[in-house]
Design a protein around this ligand. Structure first.
Ligand SMILES: [Zn+2]
Length: 473
């Protein structure tokens, strides 16, 4: 024991030394030190190496309808095509989506939502009972199992949830309003998938289903969820328009779409120039050119539908016997609502409306990483600035620990700063910090570029820490 302790004591100064040394090296000895490894761009898995000329082979078919978000996401290696309308989501995209899901979860939980998870495989029996097996026809991705049982891969889950509720007996009025939601993969057999993640065959959707005892209560719940949707889009900094909409194959008696105005949008909107009135053109009488609310002029705009809410009434609950026990000791069919948010579509749509032709701009809340540090090129006259940039990285981590998760170091120092800056623009880090010419100045400075505003600042280490400490957590 003594001998062991002795050895330990003798080793101690050496190992301390290692900890101190590895802080100033590019690659730290992970076995010896407690300094966590830096996130290095050279180690990140991306589908294409951010090359414009590799785009041609990435796109599935010549003549396919493409759009800015699809092109930018392919160029940045954020998505990789797998089959028509299906994409692999690469690590940066998954990070962005997980952040988006976190925002959605926060707002759904804030209004009393409870998260569930239902099978993607949905029995045809239920869809036939609601009449939608035929109604949706080929849009449903249908399949048959080895026992000749028919299924579809669910595009939405009204049948499944209503059947689930019915199987539990009547809901007690004290449980109401009941708000259940899930964020899962959904499927639609699109005849012509296009626009990347905007209109795919497989996508992520948040779908919420609500249950109430009366129409009045259900309408209050409807308003509550719509408000939560507005908060989500506000937090993302997306200028959403809520429009009256047709109920389509989902059904019900009232419906609203949350539309993001964009020229590539597939929905035609009519918006009043004087008041808040806006509607999907499907709901407007043909030839109507004036606002039904204030008689103001209606103007046309195109929009990308990113959310859709429906007041369903008892359309599904009466078919599947989903009922509510009232305080008066009676049992009535549940008054339902359903509420969709296109999760993967919001990702692509926000890139579509915020980005320039060459640079992705994310909503700050969901940018995969917030900060990219670019040290000087190996062999350049600024090379000695590499140490300063690494010291900056460590100082940021020490001063604002939560920023560590949001920071990457572009260690591909065989490339020029310009080349790496171009890649950083493609990926859309809100902040890029460059160890360029300013690192040779006395006192030294770093170049800080805000990619979203185009602002360029030359700042000291302390000023950068001050700036980054104001980033939202
Ligand atoms: Zn009006």
């Amino acid at each position: 024991m003594d001998g062991l302790l002795g050895t330990g004591r003798r080793l101690l100064p050496d190992s301390l030394n290692l900890v101190a040394r590895c802080k100033t090296q590019w690659q730290c000895g992970r076995f010896y030190c407690n300094v966590r490894a830096k996130k290095l761009v050279s180690q990140h898995f991306q589908s294409v190496n951010l090359r414009e000329d590799s785009l041609a082979s990435q796109e599935s078919k010549p003549g396919e309808m493409t759009c800015k978000s699809q092109r930018l996401m392919l160029l940045a290696g954020l998505i990789c095509p797998s089959s028509p309308g299906c994409y692999h989501y690469m690590p940066y995209t998954v990070r962005a989506m997980e952040k988006l899901i976190k925002v959605i979860d926060q707002e759904m939980l804030a209004i009393g939502g409870q998260k569930i998870n239902m099978p993607a495989l949905c029995s045809a029996k239920l869809w036939k009972a609601s009449g939608r097996w035929k109604l949706m026809g080929k849009e449903l991705l249908q399949l048959t199992d080895r026992h000749s049982q028919e299924y579809c891969l669910g595009p939405t889950h009204e049948e499944a949830i209503t059947d689930l509720i019915a199987s539990q007996g009547s809901l007690a009025y004290k449980q109401l309003p009941l708000l259940l939601y899930q964020i899962t993969r959904k499927f639609r057999d699109e005849p012509k998938p296009c626009f990347g993640l905007l209109r795919g065959r497989e996508f992520y959707m948040k779908d919420m289903y609500t249950f109430d005892a009366s129409k009045e209560a259900a309408l209050q719940t409807y308003a509550l969820v719509c408000k939560a949707y507005c908060r989500i889009f506000n937090r993302l900094g997306l200028q959403i328009v809520k429009v009256q909409a047709a109920t389509g194959s989902i059904g019900g008696t009232m419906s609203h779409e949350f539309q993001l105005p964009s020229d590539i949008g597939e929905d035609q909107l009519m918006m009043c120039v004087n008041c808040d009135f806006s509607a999907n053109v499907e709901t407007i009488h043909q030839g109507e050119t004036h606002c039904p609310a204030c008689k103001g002029e209606l103007v046309k705009r195109k929009g990308i539908e990113v959310g859709h809410t429906f007041f369903l009434g008892t359309k599904y609950s009466s078919v599947f016997n989903a009922s509510v026990h009232t305080p008066q000791n009676t049992t009535v069919p549940a008054e339902m609502g359903c509420y969709g948010l296109g999760v993967s579509r919001i990702l692509a749509a926000s890139i579509e409306v915020l980005s320039t032709e060459n640079a992705i701009h994310w909503p700050n809340l969901i940018a995969p990483y917030h900060i990219c540090l670019i040290p000087p090129k190996k062999g350049s006259k600024e090379e000695k600035g590499a140490v300063l940039l690494e010291d900056l990285y460590d100082s940021i981590v020490q001063a604002i620990p939560h920023v560590e998760e949001e920071m990457v170091l572009d260690d591909r120092t065989q490339l020029t700063i310009g080349k790496r800056l171009k890649d950083a623009k493609k990926l859309g880090y809100p902040y890029v910090i460059i160890g360029g010419k300013g690192v040779l100045d006395e006192p030294y400075q770093f170049e800080v570029q805000n990619q979203n505003t185009g602002e360029i600042l030359f700042l000291s280490k302390e000023a950068i820490i001050d700036l980054l400490s104001k980033l939202p957590k």
